[in-house]
Design a protein around this ligand. Structure first.
Ligand code: SRM
Ligand code: SF4
Length: 513
């Protein structure tokens, strides 16, 4: 692999912030050839920028909260995993005892905890052998490509998103070897492929929506989705439709324009949406056209339904086969959980699982006999098929256990509140409650019917501590909406009461007798 610094006539002349200077001085992908050396010398003897910045190009995140115990972020296109891959991940985290664990992320992905640098070369080798990768999964790189979690088994699907998410990942990462064309972007880049009329994914920088044009299947392109401290907005149609074999070329044109012209001085303004808003949406389209050639106008995407719940036993599009949607509370898994899930997928299904953006799992390919057997498995005591309505919709970012940006704990508070509220309230349907520990919005708070964003808040005694801003009304239904602020600075200790109030007043909940 040849890795070049993206010394580029456009941004080399620009005023660069500190991070940009570090990236220009040495591309993050260049540490790939030094990983063996880092493993030998230890993190204590590494260059600080290699340690805290460039290792993220290999998915390895220095955690100030747990020095020396890293987080390793994988990339799992479309969230599809085989039982063998799950076992490999399990055996990696198993080695770290109680420090080792795994989280399902809000990008249909896995993050491994407790990783020691001395093990990284071996771990990367094992991941590669299993067909997994962590390449370019963090920082100013193209992130995990997401898709319909029911791809290929969805009775309502328009297209199976798996071939496209894989193709896009291979294109963006140079078949997981590392792609220096996209290793020095102004900020992160999020790509998604929608597959069904209730599968919107509008929070991504680019979304490919399957739409027929004069009887030919292709994709409408939506751009500019963003969730961030600066702004929260969904993608809008670029008024471009492409054939399936054009998705990589159009993606390349779109990224390239932003890569070469996007903001590199003020980091907070570096996101693609800010660039689009600055130059104008029409102007961006005409610049794409200049580079790409004549563009086909979008015949119009149709969003028909609210997203389905995946929980329980559901019919696949293949006659006689079912998928089991299983709840993983706040996406947390131990090595043992992973092994048990791999075993269940082999015992009852076709040896495959899907990860969802809601941090849950789906076991695929069950026959009706196997469905009955699964229902008696003790795995379901930990990971239920039919979670109660509040637990079912609870999504949470990492929070202050591992994340140094966090202003709140999130995962434990989310679990406790959901459990107690499910005991105290009847709710007509599953409700999305998204917890995020700071305005970075990794827990996608503004997409939730209820969103909780970590902040500082004074309690009743006037003491400053953990708190949340509550937003309501976020959805990716037929008319996608971004949540609006409902209450500010709610002390964390009062969050359950605040949630109860809003669930009763706005979402039809009633007290259990
Ligand atoms: Fe995120 C930074 C965790 C999805 C917006 N995110 C971080 C860091 C890396 C900060 C850090 O170094 O501690 C967090 C790692 C904590 C840890 O130890 O786990 C972190 N983000 C996560 C995850 C794990 C949350 C989760 O519990 O699921 C998600 C991993 C996704 C993945 O597998 O790749 C995650 N982050 C998101 C999303 C949701 C999404 O992609 O759909 C967003 C909002 C969408 C978007 O980007 O438009 C998101 N993360 C951010 C931001 C704010 C970006 C911005 O424009 O300002 C940051 C901070 C930054 O990039 O500077 C951030
Ligand atoms: Fe950390 Fe904030 Fe992201 Fe939560 S939202 S994982 S606290 S950066």
């Amino acid at each position: 692999m040849t890795i070049k610094n993206q010394v580029n006539p456009y941004f080399a002349e620009k005023k660069l912030n500190k991070i940009e200077k570090s990236k220009l001085e040495k591309d993050g992908l260049l540490v790939g050839s030094e990983i063996e050396k880092f493993a030998k010398i230890g993190w204590e003897n590494m260059d600080e920028t290699d340690l805290k910045l460039r290792l993220k190009w290999y998915g390895m995140f220095w955690r100030p909260k747990t020095p020396g115990k890293f987080m390793l972020r994988l990339r799992i296109p479309n969230g599809v995993l085989t039982s063998n891959q799950i076992r490999v991940v399990a055996s990696i985290v198993e080695r770290y005892g109680e420090n080792g664990s795994c989280d399902i992320t809000t990008r249909q992905n896995l993050q491994l905890r407790g990783i020691l640098l001395c093990d990284l070369p071996e771990i990367l080798r094992r991941l590669r052998e299993a067909g997994l990768s962590s390449i370019q999964s963090g920082f100013d790189n193209p992130r995990n490509v997401t898709g319909n979690p029911l791809a290929g088994i969805d009775p309502n699907e328009i297209v199976d998103t798996r071939p496209y998410t894989t193709k896009l990942q291979n294109f963006l990462t140079n078949n997981c070897e590392g792609n220096s064309e996209y290793s020095n972007l102004p900020r992160k880049w999020n790509t998604a492929v929608a597959g069904s009329k209730d599968n919107f994914l509008l929070h991504n920088d680019i979304v490919f929506h399957p739409v027929e044009n004069n009887g030919v299947m292709g994709f409408s392109i939506w751009i500019g989705g963003i969730l961030s401290p600066q702004m929260n907005a969904y993608a809008f149609p670029m008024n471009v439709w492409v054939l399936p074999d054009e998705i990589c070329n159009i993606l390349d044109t779109v990224i390239r324009l932003w890569r070469d012209n996007g903001e590199r001085e003020k980091r907070t303004k570096g996101r693609f949406r800010m660039y689009l808003d600055e130059i104008g949406h029409e102007e961006f389209r005409s610049q794409v056209e200049k580079l790409y050639g004549t563009l086909t106008p979008d015949p119009g995407s149709i969003f028909e339904n609210s997203p389905r719940s995946h929980f329980g036993i559901n019919q696949q599009k293949q006659a006689g086969l079912y998928f089991a949607g299983i709840h993983v509370p706040v996406g947390r898994l131990t090595a043992e959980d992973l092994q048990d899930i791999a075993t269940a997928s082999l015992k009852y299904g076709n040896g495959e699982i899907r990860l969802t953006e809601d941090q849950n799992i789906i076991i695929t390919g069950l026959t009706s006999e196997k469905v009955e057997e699964l229902k008696t498995d003790t795995l379901l005591q930990r990971f239920p098929l039919a979670p109660s309505n509040i637990s079912a919709g609870t999504v949470s970012c990492t929070g202050n256990t591992y994340c140094s940006f966090a202003l709140t704990n999130t995962k434990d508070q989310a679990l406790k509140a959901a459990k107690e509220l499910d005991e105290e309230l009847n709710l007509p349907e599953e409700i999305k409650v998204h917890w995020t520990g700071c305005p970075n919005t990794c827990g996608q708070a503004y997409m939730g019917a209820i969103g909780l964003t970590g902040t500082k808040a004074k309690n009743a005694e006037g003491v400053m501590g953990e708190g949340y801003t509550m937003t309501i009304g976020g959805s990716q239904g037929r008319n996608p909406t971004i949540g609006q602020i409902y209450r500010k600075a709610i002390p964390a200790a009062e969050i359950k009461t605040a949630l109860k109030e809003v669930l009763i007043s706005k979402f039809g909940a009633t007290e259990k007798k």
